[in-house]
Design a protein around this ligand. Structure first.
Ligand code: CA
Ligand code: CA
Length: 219
């Protein structure tokens, strides 16, 4: 199969990425993620921790060098946003991206038990028992969307629920912090995505209960 086709197929499958990893039974394993730091900025802080919202590009390779994933070809080349340590990505990536700062680059090797295990993924694109290698470039480490500090910060009128206006304003400020310009349509799609995933009762607000699904902070 031609590489680019493979990539497209995988990207389609990848939209199920978070779904797939949620509820996935991880086997107990002593296998470890191997981390090589390729670039470390002089000022390396803050360092990422569980619950932080990260913005990163990453390329994925099989051990034989075949590239199976490329975040740069997805979503108009915008780096991906995800919450660290909550199963939005495979277990190995959650481990591999801890303690990482903005601007840092890592090459990480993830054993099958912390990736797609015995079953593999995407109809053989990732075969069973495959070790995966990712090259990661981290652009931003921000306080996670699920921290109590962040909730209070977003909830400007202090009514214990987040309106679209409040979140829109917060996102705008966050995006202004890094100097990579983003167009309005990207901004809108992030906002829409946030409500689709979090406003479970559909009332147009994200309540503290809806917000705090990972419960690593008490509201
Ligand atoms: Ca509010
Ligand atoms: Ca709601």
């Amino acid at each position: 199969m031609h590489f680019s086709l493979k990539c497209v197929l995988f990207l389609q499958a990848l939209s199920l990425f978070s779904l797939f990893t949620q509820g996935q039974k991880l086997e107990e394993s002593m296998d470890e993620v191997k981390i090589e730091v390729l670039h470390l900025p002089e000022n390396c802080s803050p360092k990422s921790k569980k619950g932080d919202l990260l913005n990163a590009h990453y390329d994925g390779y099989l051990a034989n060098g075949t590239k199976f994933y490329c975040s740069r070809t997805q979503n108009k080349g915008h780096p991906k946003w995800f919450v660290l340590g909550v199963g939005q990505v495979i277990k190995g990536l959650d481990i591999a991206m801890m303690g990482m700062c903005s601007g840092e680059k890592r090459k990480v090797t993830i054993p099958p038990s912390l990736a797609y295990g015995k079953e593999g993924y995407a109809q053989g694109l990732i075969p069973p028992d495959t070790t995966l290698i990712f090259e990661i470039e981290l652009y931003a480490v921000t306080k996670g969307p699920r921290s109590i500090e962040t909730f209070k910060q977003i909830d400007v009128d202090n009514d214990k629920k987040l309106s679209k206006t409040e979140i829109n304003y917060y996102l705008k400020k966050e995006f202004e912090k890094d100097d990579k310009p983003r167009d309005q349509s990207y901004h809108d799609s992030v906002l829409e995505d946030i409500f689709k995933k979090n406003d479970h009762d559909g009332d147009g607000f994200i309540s503290s209960k809806e917000y705090n699904v990972y419960q690593h902070d008490e509201l």
